[in-house]
Design a protein around this ligand. Structure first.
Ligand code: SF4
Length: 501
């Protein structure tokens, strides 16, 4: 008698990059015969893919692990597996302090999820796509292998930073000193958990930048790009499965290809992917400010299906803070970059994020940031409180900003952005745009939710549809022409004009 397939429940925490890791692990489990379930109470094996970028993410990871552990003591679950960034940081501690955890899987060893689950790897199918579309009944998602080989030389910048100790994990007791080198490829099975028409592709992993507040390089390893042909093949397979919107991600997408000897790697990749027939929207997230080249902007402007959208995390605008963050630049330099972007790609939507309360951030540094935000007028903006992370270079800095000051600065910036956004969104009223319908709204079934090319999945405001115009019904994952009829602080309301291809 063959062993019955185990039922696996999967919880994915953190950012889209972690979500792709979850999709790869779910794909491996699915191909090996596991059945995925959205109900943890039905699962025999529970997997929590964790995030540990900042303190609040760590707390959420630990409380989710403890919540899932309860299914082992009072439910059906026989095994609890913890995966992801928390494992890279606290590998030994997790099992020592949470005895319900049976196995851990780091970010560089996704394939060992099979061993952890007690499954044998299944042979790859002779032909066909490695993708399975995950339906909402199969797993809960909150929110092949291409390991570094001869083709990856590493970037000289990263090698130099490694020699200077950038990637050391000495400060983290219980972490293994080995950095992850894993990259998935186009043959790796993936169980897609995003809405049917949209998918992420991770084009690179790790980061070589020296930002002093950030421990991601220590968690994810040195920057490494996936092979150009592997990304193209994955995108073609996704589009053949009905995906119409692809979002390229990585810790820093604008460095794509530098380790492969490519010049203007991201621009070249975008230019190639934009030629895939039926790919309606293509975008990339997480650009590094000094890597926005003329060629990249030209490529965005040239192709109708490359979304006029740029996510450019700037972190601060005061030159003193940026210097201590080891990012450099200043408000003036950023304003020049933004005008170059806006001139090259008229109408482009800009998203950024800032950290408030970095050690030594004075009230005048904060005012520089405030003035910069007023002048730059971003379409979308996120503000994060500084998180004091052991293992980051900033951990050694004095002049901590009190928590209350940090929180009040964050609120002040969010309020400022709210008024900027409210004013800007008013200008959208009357515009005719293409929308991607996502389904009926979680807030009320009377409204549908949709996005334009100026809204990235999950993170930006929404477009609510309250009038189907000449159509009886809408289909999720389909495109429509629509007119914006109302604006709010961040959200818009639209009326459908017609179906679109
Ligand atoms: S570029 Fe981003 S991921 Fe890389 S070190 Fe800086 S903040 Fe961290």
């Amino acid at each position: 008698m063959p062993k019955p397939s185990p039922t696996v429940g999967f919880v994915s925490l953190g950012c889209p990059k972690n979500l792709v890791d979850s999709e790869v692990m779910m794909g491996l489990l699915d191909r090996a015969g596991a059945r995925l379930t959205a109900r943890p109470e039905d699962a025999e094996i529970l997997v929590v893919n964790t995030c540990s970028f900042i303190d609040t993410a760590k707390q959420e990871s630990v409380s989710t692990i403890l919540e899932m552990a309860r299914h082992k003591t009072s439910g059906r679950a026989k095994k609890l597996i913890v995966a992801g960034c928390l494992v890279e940081r606290y590998r030994d501690e997790i099992q020592k302090n949470i005895p319900e955890v049976d196995a851990v899987v780091g970010t560089g060893e996704l394939e060992s999820i099979l061993e952890a689950a007690g499954l044998n790897p299944a042979p790859a199918p002779i032909s066909g796509s490695p993708f399975t579309i995950l339906t909402s009944t199969r797993a809960e998602v909150r929110s092949g292998k291409e390991s570094q080989s001869g083709t990856h030389k590493g970037r000289p910048e990263g090698d130099a930073r490694e020699r200077s100790g950038r990637f050391l994990r000495d400060a983290w007791a219980g972490a293994s000193s080995t950095l992850p080198t894993y990259l998935y490829d186009e043959t790796t099975p993936r169980l897609l958990s995003t809405p049917r028409a949209s998918a992420y592709i991770k084009i690179a992993e790790g980061c070589d930048h020296p930002c002093t507040f950030c421990v991601i390089p220590n968690l994810r390893g040195k920057f490494r790009s996936r092979r150009f042909e592997s990304v193209v093949a994955e995108a073609e397979q996704l589009v053949a499965r009905g995906v119409r919107e692809i979002t390229l991600i990585g810790q820093d997408t604008t460095c794509y290809g530098e380790d492969l000897g490519l010049r203007d790697g991201l621009a070249t990749l975008l230019d190639r992917l934009a030629r895939i027939p039926n790919l309606k929207w293509l975008r990339f997230l997480y650009a590094y400010p000094n890597r926005i080249t003329g060629k990249l902007l030209e490529t965005i402007a040239q192709h109708d299906n490359i979304c006029k959208y740029l996510d450019l995390p700037l972190q601060h605008a005061s030159p003193d803070v940026l210097k201590r963050m080891k990012r450099g630049a200043s408000a003036d330099i950023f304003l020049k970059t933004l005008s170059k972007v806006r001139a090259a790609v008229p109408g482009i939507a800009l998203r950024t994020s800032f950290i408030v309360g970095f050690p030594g951030e004075s009230s005048s540094d904060f005012e520089v940031l405030e003035e910069f935000i007023k002048e730059a007028s971003f379409d979308w903006l996120g503000v994060f409180n500084y998180s004091h992370e052991e293992g980051s270079a900033a951990y050694a800095l004095d002049a901590q900003v009190p928590h209350r000051t940090i929180e009040s600065r964050r609120r002040r910036l969010m309020k400022l952005q709210q008024s900027i956004s409210r004013r800007a969104k008013k200008n959208w009223v009357g515009r005719e745009l293409t929308l991607l319908a996502e389904g009926s709204s979680a807030e009320t079934p009377l409204l549908w939710e949709a996005r334009t090319e100026f809204h990235a999945p999950e993170i930006d405001g929404k477009v609510f549809i309250n009038d189907f115009g000449p159509l009886d019904d809408l289909e999720p994952g389909h495109f429509y022409r629509a007119q914006i009829t109302e604006s709010h602080d961040y959200d818009l309301v639209a009326r459908i004009l017609s179906a679109a291809n």
